[in-house]
Ligand binder design. Structure first.
Ligand SMILES: Cc1ncc(COP(=O)(O)O)c(C=O)c1O
Ligand SMILES: N[C@@H](CCCC[NH3+])C(=O)O
Length: 460
């Protein structure tokens, strides 16, 4: 995913032109609206979000700090509801889930995808309507399936033959008949990092279309009276900006639906096309247009089905990153600024891979700016690193920061709303930072930051 990774096996080779560090931006102080939250800007030199000055946020809540722009997130929820009017939009909670985000979803009329019993518990704890919840996972436990059945959630997406048998048995025992979908591996090679591509055959998710496993799963479900097969599901991967893969997957899924009608005389009323749409992380990134995606997916499915003389199924999409990613930032305080002669400057901040694992895990790119003030100093090629005991503990691999950067300055990293707090961990016993929602000049803690007591809890 990183544009700047060195070719494997030769760490000293000059990287090809497209992998070299970027040129310094013309204006280091710029808050590019395609990357930063919708309400962000600079006032008196300092970054503001939701009309709140980040210096105030830090005075009140410390650093590192996740900040979520409520207007940004809610407006993206509404953008999806509008673009996919007539279809279902289920927010993928794995991107970032907490009680308050669930309340926003409920207000804005979206559904929710959960990938574990824990995510389900968050949703149910604030009374989210269970019929608007879908449960995913390649290895759901008996306890998770049982809880889903007891709560009466809307859909369970089955991912293996074992799960079909397990769920069929549990549903029978509990006197339930859940709506299920089959997760189909459509064979699409998504253009994204290997670890987050999910529709090629050689990975753990789903049942393969090409091998016939998906069709066999359909047969097995139809043979179980305790399961109601309502549709097919596909999710090809995450942070995908080339929309062609979504279209191929939608066509393949719709074609399978037509084949199922021919083989079983069963008309499935639903297709779930997953999520995975990319966002802009750095200058020059272009995020796909949601309205265009909605129109093209609807058109493709409608054509395949009407050509076969079948009614068009109800569509669902499951965006995570595109809803919550761009509205989130992380604030850090600079602790040390170390010039490594002839190479770059290492800017150490008070968080790192425990609050943002994505750079270490996928070589992800991010944008960072000096947030507590403006500066007219020269650009300095920088690497923003954390405080963990790992040299791979990098937050922003390559960026330009002003050469007068000093300890005590605040740095903001953009587009950290998705898959940062949700993948945070406690390596080196660093507490997970708080999440603060900002809107209309007010800031509210929506997830409390961990304390030393939290870190020691549970130890005997
Ligand atoms: C089944 C499923 N649906 C939806 C998503 C959401 O993906 P994204 O956050 O990339 O939109 C994921 C994660 O990739 C997923 O695994
Ligand atoms: N966690 C990944 C995406 C995986 C999405 C879930 N299947 C990321 O940060 O990009």
């Amino acid at each position: 995913m990183s544009r700047f990774a060195h070719p494997a096996g030769d760490r000293h080779a000059e990287p090809p032109a497209h992998e070299r560090p970027p040129l310094a931006p013309a204006d280091l102080n710029r808050i590019n609206p395609t990357i930063w939250p919708r309400t962000s800007g600079r006032v008196d030199g300092a970054l503001t979000i939701g009309d709140v000055d980040v210096r105030e946020l830090v005075r009140e809540h410390g650093t590192p700090l996740y900040v979520l722009d409520e207007h940004d997130v809610r407006s993206r929820m509404r953008d999806y509801a509008t673009a996919f009017a007539g279809s279902e939009v289920h927010y993928a909670g794995k991107a970032f889930l907490c009680k308050e985000v669930v309340r926003w979803l409920r207000d804005e009329g979206l559904g929710l995808d959960v990938a574990s019993g824990g995510e389900l518990a968050v949703a149910l704890s604030v009374g989210f309507p269970p019929e608007r919840i879908t449960l995913h996972g390649n290895n759901k436990s008996v306890a998770e399936l049982t809880r889903a059945l007891e709560a009466g959630i809307g859909h369970i997406v089955v991912d293996s033959y074992e799960e079909i048998a397990r769920l069929g048995f549990l549903a029978d025992r509990h006197g339930k008949r859940p709506k299920v979908m089959v997760r189909v591996t459509t064979g699409v090679e998504a253009h994204t990092h290997e670890f987050i591509a999910t529709a090629h055959d050689d990975q753990k998710f789903g049942l393969s279309l090409s091998s016939g496993a998906a069709a066999e799963a359909v047969r097995r479900i139809l043979a179980l009276p305790s399961l109601e097969l309502v549709g097919l599901h596909s999710h090809i991967g995450s942070q995908i900006v080339d929309t062609a893969g979504f279209e191929v997957a939608a066509r393949r899924l719709a074609t399978l639906l037509v084949q199922i009608k021919a083989e079983h005389d069963v008309l499935l009323p639903e297709l779930d096309l997953g999520g995975g749409y990319g966002i802009a992380y750095i200058e020059g990134d272009e995020a796909p247009d949601i309205k265009q995606i909605a129109d093209s997916l609807r058109e493709i499915v409608a054509k395949v089905c009407t050509d076969a003389g079948l009614p068009v199924p109800r569509l669902t999409v499951e965006p995570g990153r595109t809803i919550v990613g761009p509205g989130g930032i992380t604030l850090y305080e600079v602790g040390t600024v170390k010039d490594v002669e002839g190479l770059r400057t290492y800017v150490s901040v008070d968080g790192g891979m425990s609050d943002n694992l994505r750079t270490a895990l996928y070589g992800a790119d991010y944008t960072a700016v000096l947030a507590s003030r403006e500066s007219s100093a020269e650009p300095m090629l920088s690497r923003v690193v954390g405080k963990h005991c790992e040299s791979g503990d990098i937050v922003v691999r390559d960026c330009f920061l002003p050469a007068d950067l000093a300890p005590g300055d605040l740095i903001a990293v953009a587009a950290t709303g998705a898959y940062c707090r949700s993948m945070a961990h406690n390596y080196n016993y660093l507490p997970k930072p708080a999440v603060v929602a900002v809107a209309d000049g007010e800031a509210r803690v929506i997830v409390r930051g961990e304390t030393e007591d939290d870190l020691l809890r549970g130890q005997l």
